[in-house]
Design a protein around this ligand. Structure first.
Ligand code: ADP
Length: 249
């Protein structure tokens, strides 16, 4: 199971809720430097798998390995230190701070500094310049002084991604990054993920099949708590078990 090609692996990962198996003996592997999408019908266990990998949930049984080491019992901050980071919930964008300040906070958090020193430190340590550079990269420069709370929903998502990437994760875990976005913002966030993937591994749970087809090198299809199929988009789209799961036929 300790295969260096895979940055994250699960071994018989299982999660029950009151005797109901949301996830049953799942052996999932995330290849290094890939973009990997997890798809499947509602209730398939995608979110449960994601929350186990991001340490929002503890497994009932089984193990999680990162870089070949058993990290089953590690908590989220320890994973972040190892470079495994999930996108923040949109609520973690501070509405009362400007866009620039939000990215500065993220950069300071990433460097482990208490951010009540934000103003002073960011002036001294080049954080302001780094934040500005990130904002330029993300097309948010013109909104640097905007209160984050006043951004459109789509731009908040872009800011969320910018604050996550400020931590320079090696493994980026994204939970439905396109949810609630319009076509234009989907295009923008897709391009950002394409850009962000360089030198990293990206795992996303995503419903939008166009996005999955465009972004993912590899796809895992979950059905009723188990892996029903795995492969490229073309491979899983042609898989009878997948067609049955989605159409009932
Ligand atoms: P998906 O993300 O693929 O829609 P989930 O992982 O959210 O699926 O859920 C898988 C199954 O586990 C569902 O049947 C769901 O009702 C159940 N489940 C998920 N979380 C809980 C929970 N906290 N308590 C009870 N049942 C849960």
């Amino acid at each position: 199971i300790d295969d260096p090609r895979f940055v994250l692996q699960t071994r018989d990962l299982t999660r029950q809720f009151d005797g109901f198996f949301a996830l049953r003996k799942v052996n999932f592997r995330l290849a290094r430097d890939s973009v990997h999408a997890v798809i499947g019908p509602n209730g398939a266990g995608k979110t449960t798998l994601f929350n186990l990998l991001t340490k929002h949930l503890a497994p009932s049984e089984g193990a999680i390995l990162h870089d070949g080491e058993d990290v089953t019992r590690l908590k989220m901050p320890a994973m972040a230190k190892r470079g495994v980071v999930r996108s923040f919930q949109i609520s973690a964008v501070f509405a009362g701070l400007t866009v620039q300040e939000n990215v500065e906070v993220a950069l300071l958090r990433g460097s482990g500094l208490a951010w009540n020193l934000l103003g002073r430190i960011s002036k001294q340590s080049g954080v302001a310049e780094r934040a500005a550079a990130l904002l330029r990269r993300f097309g948010l420069a013109e909104h640097a002084e905007t209160m984050a709370g006043n951004l459109s929903y789509g731009r908040k998502r872009v800011l969320e991604l910018a604050t996550t990437l400020a931590l320079e994760p090696k493994v980026l875990l994204l939970d439905e990054p396109m949810a609630g976005l319009g076509r234009e913002d989907i295009g923008r966030v897709t391009a950002l993920i394409q850009q962000a993937r360089r030198g990293r591994t990206v795992l996303l749970v995503e419903h939008n099949m166009n996005v999955v087809a465009e972004l993912a090198d590899r796809i895992t299809v979950m059905v009723r708590g188990e892996i029903a199929a795995e492969g490229s988009y073309a491979e899983v789209a042609a898989n009878p078990a997948v067609i049955t799961a989605y159409t009932g036929r």
